[in-house]
Design a protein around this ligand. Structure first.
Ligand code: SF4
Length: 266
């Protein structure tokens, strides 16, 4: 596809009704990782001395067999390759978000190196239920946007990787807390180390704010190149938002063009 055709395709996707048929081939579903059972540690033994003449040893405090397992903080992802990292995330207990998730959402896309790393907002209900990043209509729109920019999320020739900012859905869709963001950034950092993207596209307010280190509105973060961990970051709207607000698709196309210019200049 030539550049002009790509541009026409994206514009058509934005609702400009150009006569270009976009490739909307559904992507293969990601295999659900095997769960890992975490064993509870043995109960502590405590001895209590009683004065003479008859010393008595108190029995150790009993621990209920069903005691909940505390989240294991400081999970170490260093040294894991992409499949091992995906498996580790599926059973991760690195922060409290593990308690209520149905599935951790690792992301999908390039199997080795990626030109684009697309970081989306934390998983919504459909992502939590399926374990897939951006399923449904929002995902189809994202695939078409990437395709219009010359990127692919699926197949052996995939050049982009799409992953949420944190991998587990916060309860009732609340924003992740600082400690949760901090804990899960270790996963994102490992994904970056393995995929070595040349540009990061932050889609959505929460992803944009975290990767730019600000609390500014999305509108003020768009239209310029930020930096996160030495990588150029471009901010745009969340795919789900664009489904509801077609008027902003033209702005999203401007953002993709900015990301493309960063890619071509690097
Ligand atoms: S949000 Fe991230 S750090 Fe927290 S449990 Fe899920 S994968 Fe682990």
């Amino acid at each position: 596809m030539s550049w002009d055709e790509r541009q026409r395709a994206m514009l058509a996707e934005m609702g400009y009704r150009l006569p270009v048929a976009l490739d909307a081939t559904p992507e293969p579903e990601a295999a659900e990782p095997e769960p890992i059972v975490v064993a509870a540690p043995p109960p502590p033994v405590m001895r209590v001395a009683v004065p003479a003449p008859a010393p008595v040893v108190a029995p150790p405090p009993a621990r209920p067999a069903s005691a909940p397992v505390e989240p294991a903080l400081a999970t170490n992802f260093a040294g894991l390759d992409l499949p091992a990292l995906r498996e580790a995330v599926a059973s991760c207990r690195g922060c409290g978000l593990c308690e209520q998730r149905r599935h951790a959402v690792f992301g999908q896309g390039a199997l080795q190196q990626a030109q684009w790393l697309v970081v989306t907002d934390p998983p919504d209900e459909s992502e939590d239920a399926s374990g897939e990043s951006q399923p449904g209509d929002a995902g189809r729109l994202l695939v078409r946007m990437l395709h219009a920019a010359g990127q692919r999320r699926a197949g052996d020739a995939a050049t982009a990787f799409v992953t949420p900012l944190v991998k587990c859905r916060p309860p009732r869709g609340r924003a992740p807390q600082p400690a949760e963001l901090e804990a899960c950034e270790a996963v994102l950092a490992r994904q970056v180390a393995l995929l070595q993207p040349r540009v990061v596209l932050a889609m959505g307010l929460q992803a944009a704010r975290r990767l730019t280190g600000t609390t500014e509105p999305l509108g003020r973060l768009r239209g310029r190149v930020h930096e996160w961990r030495g990588l150029p970051v471009v901010v745009t709207f969340a795919p789900g938002y664009l489904l509801r607000s077609a008027a902003d698709k033209a702005g999203a196309w401007d953002d993709l063009r900015l990301a493309l210019s960063v890619l071509h200049d690097s």
